[in-house]
Structure formats: structure tokens, C-alpha cells
Design a protein around this ligand. Structure first.
Ligand code: SF4
Length: 344
């Protein structure tokens, strides 16, 4: 069949239902992104999810479980280099903590749009709701994100589309504007009703519990940015585990608070680090990140101070250096006062 035959066949073909688009939807695993996908699917759009991984968001396993339950395929993009670059230099600034939400969101949509174009999607979509959050979901924030992300009119926000300008997929008939929504504000009731309608029962926290919005995590992160920098992604993950101390010689020491922390610290050890724990009394696992020689004695005292040393005069601290035999060193029992001002 040549080109002319094809156009003749197309002209002669009976008018069928309009082709519906294929959408790549940014998915935090939270309810709104799920609802946006359901709204698109309900009108015949092939909706698939894309999630982003980084040291600052929960593992996407939660999102995958919810998406699987609803039958949505999931794609994954490693967002680590993007968010680290934005932490160094957020063109639109930070929110209340170290959260560069406007730039982060724009960059996620940009990455999704690149991926969408390379993989046969027609447009990208988000679960944003006008006015639901400060800054990034106010109208100027939504407009700024649309401008920055590069997807332009190929970005659809199904939950509040009727309050925004018409997009290219709507103009092309890939999406029916009439079947999109006009949600506005912080009231979650409409979303709860829609969740019941679509049979969505379980969903993780929106934004996957982004650490960059948590003051205690950001206090630690600021300190690490000033000392170790952002080059060590596993360290950024460990900041959420246990108590952190900055010792006088500059060493970062992390003490587990519970079994999960201790396990994370053990598996998070890298060459140059030292792992310590008390062996004659119960106590936390400690990880010293590339410790300074000047802090060796303080590290042992720290482990001894936070061990359960009732009834003993000496705590035996075992030190494990990568690729070396552990050594055991007796340390006289000491109090925690020395370290109170060093807690991050
Ligand atoms: S809350 Fe975190 S993940 Fe969400 S836009 Fe802000 S910085 Fe990015």
C-alpha cells in the first residue's frame, strides 16, 4: 500500500471512537496520583505510573503495591542526581525546610516527559490539586512548574484540569476535558469519595514521606552538607537512623536506637568507616564515618556512655575496621554529658 492508498483507506474507514492517549502519570503512591490515573483510565486513556527514587523518599515498594492492586504498570526513574543538584542550587528556593518543591516537581515532570517521549507516551499527567498545598500547588506555582518542566501543553492535571487552561491532549481529542475534574483547595472529602468509588483502600503518604520536609532530618542534612557534602548517597539514607553526633575532630558518629537502626548501620558500613559496639554489656551499634584519628578515644567513650553499663566499671568496645580483624578495647564507664552538645 502506498501513501495515497493509505489516505484513501483512512478516508473511507467508518468513523470509530476517537483514539485515546497513553499517559505517563507521576506517582508518589499517594491518593491523588492514584485518582488522577483512575480518572484518565475511566475515559479510556492508557495510564501508566512513573515513580522516582532518591535517598530522600521512601522505597517505591509501597507505591508498587497500590499500583499493582489497581492494575497500573509502573516505571521507575532514579532521581538522585537531579535532587542533589537542586539541593546545591534550587533556582526557585526552598520551602519551609530543605525542600525545593517547585524545582523538584518541575524536574520530575521534565524527566517524566523525556521518558514519555522516548517510550511512546502521548503526554504526562500529575495528581496535583489547585490550592491544596502552599507554593507548589497554588496557581502561580502550577504555572511556574509548567513553564520550567518543558512539557508545556503536554502536561495534564486531571484532578483540577477544568480550572486550568486547555492542554494539547484535550485539543487533540486524546482526553475528554468534560470528564476531567475541577477540584480546588484543601478539602479532602471529594478525594475520599472518589477513592471509595474506584475501590482504592490502601495508599502510602503523599510524596512518599519526603525527608526534605522534616525539620529534624534537614538539621542533620545541613550539617552533613557542610562537612561531608552530598556525594555519598548511602550516608544520606543513614541520616534517618539513630542518634547522630559530630565529634570534636570532625567525625560523624551514628548510634542506632533500635534493631532496625543497628542493622542499617551494619549494612551501611563502607571502606574507611569503623563500626563499634560494646561486647560485655548490651548497647547500640555505632558507625563512625571515615573517622579522624583525633576522635578515636572519644568514639569509644561515646559507645561506652550509651551502652547499658549498670553494674560494671569497664565497657569492652569492639571496633571493626573494614578488611581488618576486630579489636576489643576496655573503656572506663563514663557519662553522656560530654556528648550532649554534640548531638545533631
Ligand atoms: S515534597 Fe519532596 S519530593 Fe515532593 S516536591 Fe517537595 S522536595 Fe520534591
Amino acid at each position: 500500500m502506498n501513501d495515497n492508498d493509505e489516505s484513501a483507506a483512512a478516508a473511507a474507514a467508518p468513523a470509530g471512537p476517537a483514539r485515546k492517549g497513553r499517559a505517563l502519570c507521576l506517582c508518589s503512591g499517594g491518593l491523588d496520583s492514584m485518582l488522577a490515573m483512575c480518572v484518565l483510565r475511566e475515559q479510556g486513556v492508557r495510564a501508566e505510573a512513573v515513580t522516582f527514587t532518591s535517598p530522600f523518599y521512601a522505597n517505591p515498594a509501597g507505591a508498587k503495591k497500590s499500583l499493582d492492586a489497581l492494575g497500573f504498570p509502573m516505571h521507575e526513574i532514579d532521581f538522585t542526581p537531579d535532587i542533589l543538584a537542586l539541593l546545591e542550587n534550587p533556582p526557585s528556593g526552598f520551602g519551609s525546610c530543605l525542600n525545593p518543591c517547585i524545582d523538584c516537581h518541575a524536574r520530575m515532570i521534565a524527566r517524566a516527559w523525556e521518558y514519555a517521549q522516548a517510550n511512546g507516551f502521548d503526554f504526562v499527567a500529575t495528581g496535583e490539586v489547585l490550592g491544596q498545598r502552599p507554593m507548589s500547588q497554588q496557581r502561580p506555582g502550577l504555572n511556574r512548574v509548567r513553564k520550567l518542566c518543558g512539557a508545556g501543553d503536554f502536561l495534564v492535571r486531571p484532578l483540577c484540569a477544568k480550572l486550568l487552561d486547555e492542554t494539547e491532549p484535550e485539543r487533540r481529542g486524546l482526553v475528554d476535558r468534560e470528564k476531567l475534574l475541577a477540584l480546588n483547595g484543601r478539602n479532602r472529602k471529594p478525594q475520599m469519595e472518589m477513592a471509595r468509588k474506584f475501590g482504592i483502600r490502601e495508599y502510602p503518604t503523599p510524596a512518599g514521606g519526603c525527608k526534605l520536609t522534616e525539620p529534624s532530618y534537614c538539621r542533620r542534612l545541613k550539617d552533613v552538607m557542610a562537612h561531608e557534602g552530598l556525594g555519598d548517597a548511602r550516608l544520606l539514607r543513614l541520616l534517618d537512623h539513630g542518634r547522630l553526633f559530630r565529634l570534636p575532630g570532625g567525625t560523624l558518629a551514628i548510634l542506632g536506637r533500635n534493631r532496625a537502626d543497628n542493622e542499617a548501620l551494619r549494612t551501611g558500613m563502607r571502606g574507611g568507616d569503623v563500626q563499634l559496639r560494646s561486647v560485655n554489656v548490651p548497647g547500640p551499634t555505632a558507625l563512625a564515618v571515615r573517622p579522624a584519628a583525633a576522635d578515636e578515644a572519644a568514639l569509644r567513650r561515646l559507645v561506652a556512655a550509651y551502652s547499658d553499663h549498670k553494674g560494671v566499671d569497664t565497657v569492652v568496645v569492639r571496633e571493626l575496621h573494614a578488611a581488618a580483624k576486630p579489636v576489643e578495647i576496655p573503656v572506663p564507664v563514663c557519662g553522656r554529658e560530654e556528648f550532649q552538645g554534640r548531638l545533631l
